[in-house]
Design a protein around this ligand. Structure first.
Ligand code: PEP
Length: 253
């Protein structure tokens, strides 16, 4: 049986004072360990947030990593540095990285491999643009994003990874995929991976992301192939994030 996972992507938000209040409130509210809770603050706050988490029920993740191990890569942060400051998870291939910063499937696959190579768990984001969906190309786009990782790292790599299906048209727009739309793509993701290894495909946690809120989390997370959520805007409000966490935890085994 797969675990439920709720991960908060703070994006480029926060300050030391805001983070302290948010982390304390989240820590106070996460009282169950049946569901994995992860928060992903901006790089500069990682170490301070890690100290606040005190090794408790909330784990630390980063929002990105460099594909290279070290060297002349000004402005970048390596997977080993992220591990060094307490991260356990790293988001790779978020749609904002893909669309704003031009990260393609091959680069994202290299980031996935770099992160996993340091013992961190990649949270691989996949998802289609609105135009792709309207043109009936959702599966083609998601398949290409998955296949790039399988080609580079092999299917076995998905035994130590999380996938987040995030339709780009639903991120930060207030327009959520319906539970049936999410379920259809989550099932497709498993099918695609099952061509390589059915056991790994059945065991990998696939999160949904895109305008998840307290009010819609329960119905999304209840779908058979949806194992929780990657939460952007709503992860910045402790009460909302905790309500989403509790919606997942209610369904946890
Ligand atoms: C995200 O940033 O990954 C995300 C899903 O954002 P939001 O929840 O705000 O749509």
């Amino acid at each position: 049986m797969r675990r439920k996972i709720v991960a908060g992507n703070w994006k480029m938000h926060g300050s030391r004072a805001e983070n302290a209040a948010l982390v304390e409130a989240v820590l106070a509210g996460v009282t169950s360990d049946r569901t994995t809770c992860i928060i992903c603050p901006p790089f500069v706050y990682l170490q301070e947030v890690w100290r606040m988490l005190r090794g408790g029920a909330v784990a630390l993740g980063a929002q990105n990593a460099c594909a290279e191990a070290s060297g002349a890569h000004t402005g970048e942060t390596s997977a080993s540095m992220l591990k060094d400051v307490g991260c356990e998870y790293v988001v790779v291939g978020h749609s904002e990285r893909r669309t704003i910063y031009g990260e393609g499937d091959e680069l994202v696959a290299r980031k996935f491999q770099a992160v996993q190579g340091k013992g961190l768990v990649p949270i691989l984001c996949v998802g289609e643009q609105l135009a792709d969906r309207e043109a009936g190309r959702t599966e083609e786009v998601v398949a290409a994003q998955l296949d790039a990782v399988v080609r580079l790292s092999g299917i076995a790599a998905f035994a130590r990874a999380i996938i987040a299906y995030e339709p780009v048209w639903a991120i930060g727009t207030g327009r959520t995929a319906s539970p049936d739309q999410a379920q259809a793509v989550h099932a497709f993701i498993r099918q695609r991976l099952a061509r390589e290894d059915a056991k790994i495909a059945g065991a990998v946690c696939v999160l949904y992301g895109g305008s998840v809120k307290a009010g819609n989390a329960g119905e999304l997370f209840a779908m058979p192939d949806v194992d929780g959520g990657l939460i952007g805007g709503a992860s910045l409000k402790a009460e909302e994030f905790l309500a989403i966490f509790n919606a997942a935890d209610k369904l946890a085994h």
